[in-house]
Write a protein that binds this ligand. Sequence first.
Ligand SMILES: [Zn+2]
Length: 979
Amino acid sequence: MTENKRYIEFPIEKLIKPQQDDREYKLITLENELDVLLINDKDTDIASASLSVNVGYLNDPEDLPGLAHFCEHLLFMGTEKYPKENEYSEYLSSHGGGSNAYTSAELTNYYFYVDSNHLEGALDRFSQFFISPLFDDSCTERELNAINSENDKNLQVDEWRQEQLKKLLYREGHPIKKFGTGNLETLKTIPESKGINTREELLKFYNKYYSSNIMKLVVYGKEPLDILCEMAVRMFYNVKNIHAVPTKFPPDTILREGLNKVLFYKPVKDMRNIDLLFPFKDDVEHYLTKPGHYLSHLIGHESEGSIFYHLKEKGWAQALYAGSMRECRGIAFFSITIELTEQGYEHYKDVITVIFQYFEMLKQQGSQKWIFDECKTLDDISFQFKEKSKPVRTANVLSKDMLLYPKEHIIAGPSLYFEYKKELIEEFTNNLNADNFVLIVSSKNGNEDIKFDELEWKKERYYGSDYSIRDIDNEFLKKLKNIELNPDLHLPTVNPFVPKDFSVEKILKEDPYPKLITDNSNLRIWFKRDDTFFVPKLNVFFEIRSPIAKCSPLNYMYTAMYLQLVKEALNKESYYAEIADTKFNIKVSNEGNININVQGYSDVIGNLLSIITNYLLDFKFKTEEFDNVKDKFIRTLKNFSMENPYKQALHYAHYISSESIFSVDEKLEALKQLTYENLKSFIPLLLNQIYIEGLIHGNCNKETAEKLGNIFIEKIKPLPYPESLIKSSLRSLYLKKGFHGIYKTKALNPNNVNSSIQYSLQIGDIDDQDLRVKSYIVRQLMNEPCFDKLRTKEQLGYIVFSGLFTRPRIIELYIIVQSEYGPDYLEYKVEEFLNEFKETIKTIDDEEFRKNKESVITKLLEKPKNLASQTATFLKGVEAKNYDFDRDKRDSEYVKKITKKEIIEFYEKYVDVKSPERKKLSIHISSKGKDNDLVKEKQNEINSILNNNIIIEDVYSFRRNQNFGPSPVSYKPIDEYKY
Ligand SMILES: [Zn+2]
């Protein structure tokens, strides 16, 4: 270490990075042992930083579950240098940025992103959290509440409940049994009763673990490396090094006597899943070989010969997921989850038998070098052509991976296979045996074998989940231990979708937006050859319109069923493409169109598209397959009622506002009437007369694009589409001036403690640039204060956000809150905020206003970071049918002209509570609610607001009696888009 440099530099040529990656890296270790990765991306418009600390909730003291998480929350509340509590978030917000953090088992991660011109200011504020946080006592109470409502929102979510239930199977006293989120009881009530001061414990915790030697920092910016380096050294050399030692947790998560147990769980949603968990070694410790990856590749395979294919043929499974799940350093589980059909649930033991038969086949065949090599080839390809992701994602992932991998492999470690080790893979395979697993069965009801009323049910402590644990029966275990081979199970074949041609022609910059290469009575194809990213990839999107798909909920559901059956039938072939990074999706859109989307390597996409076409035109399905898909659809739609209330609010708002969609209830009703015979006669009609609009973007020339674009029409040979229907009709609700309405309904899950409100203001036609741009500015100005008031100060609940909905020809400003308080009170609080905010806008100074406008411009001009996100921006114009591809660019110019006075006028007309012109619709989803003094005190004010509103009870008749606005129009005459 040289005196003047104050850091040691890692020889950067050793750092393995993708060939596609043009960024520069520098990796240094400061005097305080803090490792810092600096990334220079000279063209980036967004900068970012992320810091990971090697401490997580496994380090929580036994009597304070959630302390690490609480520390993560309170850390942000001001520092000695910047004492103002929301200084950091305000700074980021006014410079096009944002931030977040999370606490996991063994690490806590903090990150932000910001306009790349303002990295220095943001980084300085960020660094202070690790040097002199105030942990302001005045925020303690409030942040405890914030954690409590964060936990509340998880209470009725099966994934969270199952995570905690698994811990019941681990041995007493093992840290991974801990409850990481925390709540008021664990962080306040219980500690208080024991005389423990949570904040003091928090300070002890911080001082014990927040040490520079177990932190990893990533800084991502456009500045040259030496400038980034100077900033990082200057701002972080002061982070204290107390030489903390990362905790090593013992690997014995389940003792012998704890294995071979089965846990039954009654889920919130209607599901029938089994989970097999095998205590496993940590794949990361063996990342050079990745035996866990190798096994999940085979066990999770879906082609002929695989577990899933076999179970599907039997009519037993709807989905299978397999992989090694890492809890923390040295501790992992190999987990297999199967979504069962009704029949499959009755045969759950046969399903498990098939899994063990497959293990037996793997063991007898031994580990296969050719499979390892194929995985290695595929991962090499995807690594070499890996494109940039958003800077914040890059920073965040790398700061975590810096804790896990040696320096040269920080980037490549998680992705690449390095060396084949036969014995190691076989050792891992042998861990998959009948002596080494536990089983979780999640279902609302029992079956022939599992009699629910004979089980002894208990309630899990933190989530209140109903569960029961017993031994797996001996007979069955004996059978699994003496398993015989099943002739239907075998290894996959050589993957036909491994791309071989990676050539990319580096063409000069062309016209920046898609052009029309085909436009006739059945087909309109947009095409843009990539002239920016130069990767051997291609993205293809088709929207197929058939008039009969959208004319009734019944036809809509027939279409959805048909597409799902096609997708499942295709799977045995398309799965090979999927693991080779060429993915497709096929589904019915909300509006009743058939959307087909293929993304991947240009070399193999044509092949996959023709397979899809063949299946779409000619495939046979069995009655059981029909029954299973129908059952799956019914459960999915019913499960909607168990979603968090704010999602219900979003659904109703979307339904009321869009003319051409059906509600969940309408779909569910229709679904019950579907029959196998009728579906068979429906299919030929569906594709009889269609219109296809497509977008092809990436590595291909016009001739190839024309061929790909034609692929469906050529085979389907539909009748010409009626000209009157070609212009798509997408219409949105247009409220009358002065309309104030509330749709009130109950939360569908009676156990949810939360209510919710979606408060929306219709501004006007989105094609009106003036209204549009002013809405952008108001959203920008409002975002941070709204969060600060409704969440931080009022503590209404964890879910608080505001923003804009852009529907066809309408723009809407919204605020969403999910809370234990009832929606009437939330309506009152939202309007109180809108009143206060009116004053805020008036007093905002010119400098602040200018910064916020700049923030809007930054967001409008943010460049797509990879081919897929570029495709997504083009697709927005195609799907919205305005083909206005350079709208954001024009808008960014227009922002500059808008004055503060104009924004005040805009606000007073469209947003202000007292405006006679504004148009408001809110959705209230109410649950049990919290009826405390706060609400009673304000009852008069609340009532006067309610009296000003029309209360909507029947959403169907309300919708029928409203006006819907105009349909989208093309920004330029369509002929002007011709190639
Ligand atoms: Zn949190």
